[in-house]
Design a protein around this ligand. Structure first.
Ligand code: HPA
Length: 279
């Protein structure tokens, strides 16, 4: 059997032995949303470490877990801590938790992240709904023998971030009085931030925000037929756009500063998506 699929099945079976919960919506928590678990009526949690066969990073301090529970009655599974390509994982491992969430039953994938703004109309602290992505600079998670059980060899990518979900998120931001930018997310490998020349390149290519995650997860989810949507927290402007260096501390500070609004937006968007897509 395809080793990637074999690993996936092993992890899935390990989860099934421990957790009996069927989520409708899968949520990936980016920077600043570390305490989002407080919003969830938690039924169970499962550390990645406790899933048999789950790829574990050798990077110190790496931790992550799935949270299972309800957001105002909506059954969700939540990834608290993601797996990044820059940590040294294979792309197939990076998207393994995403694939697992689909196998658990989630139909919608709600992605969040921190990203650097490339668009001069953006400000640190803005939220950007992802309308499309560029991930040409990182390997596709679908490289290798296709796993036919998951999806097609050459999946269509014309509508990854579903238009109907975008419309719901747009409406939700309006309802809450939260400003929402929109744009194209570009995934780069990281872990270094971009140079000013790279920032200019990304902007010239049509990207509005740059980050080190998310697009690969979206590709894997789309391959499996999940409905994907995503929001970036613009924690900073890209290097060279302001006359100052960029630090991880700045990224974290901004993410923390706007976390309350980010959480409000995500919670209400999840409720609106759940109720709209069940009709
Ligand atoms: N670039 C890439 N990833 C990021 C950035 C950035 O400027 N800010 C937060 N994540």
């Amino acid at each position: 059997m395809n080793p990637v699929y074999e690993k996936l099945l092993k992890c899935y079976e390990s989860i099934q032995k421990k957790i009996d919960f069927k989520p409708e919506i899968a949520l990936v928590l980016g920077s600043g949303l570390g305490d989002y678990g407080e919003t969830i009526d938690i039924v169970a949690t499962l550390d990645y470490h406790d899933i048999e066969g789950f790829p574990i990073s050798t990077v110190e301090g790496h931790k992550g877990r799935f949270i299972f529970g309800y957001i105002q009655g909506v059954p969700v599974v939540c990834m608290q801590g993601r797996v990044h390509y820059y940590e040294g994982y294979a792309m197939s491992d990076v998207v393994l938790p995403t694939r697992l969430m689909k196998m658990m039953g989630a139909k919608v994938l709600f992605l969040t992240n921190a990203a650097g703004g490339l668009n001069f109309d953006f400000h640190a602290g803005d939220f950007m709904m992802i309308t499309d992505h560029i991930m040409t600079f990182v390997p596709s998670p679908l490289i290798g023998e296709n796993i036919n059980e998951l999806g097609a060899r050459f999946p269509d990518m014309s509508d990854v971030y579903k238009k109907d979900l975008q419309e719901i998120i747009r409406g939700t931001a309006k309802e809450l009085g939260i400003k929402l930018q929109e744009g194209v997310y570009i995934q780069l490998t990281g872990p270094n931030y971009e140079t000013p020349a790279e920032v200019r390149m990304c902007r010239a290519l049509g990207a509005d925000a740059a980050g080190m995650s998310t697009a690969a997860e979206a590709v894997a989810a789309n391959h499996m037929g999940m409905k994907v949507c995503g929001i970036s927290c613009i924690t900073n402007l890209g290097c060279g756009m302001l006359d100052q260096p960029l630090s991880h501390a700045e990224v974290q500070e901004t993410a923390d500063r706007v976390a309350v609004d980010f959480k409000r937006l995500i919670t209400q968007a999840i409720l609106n998506i759940y109720h709209a897509t069940r009709q």
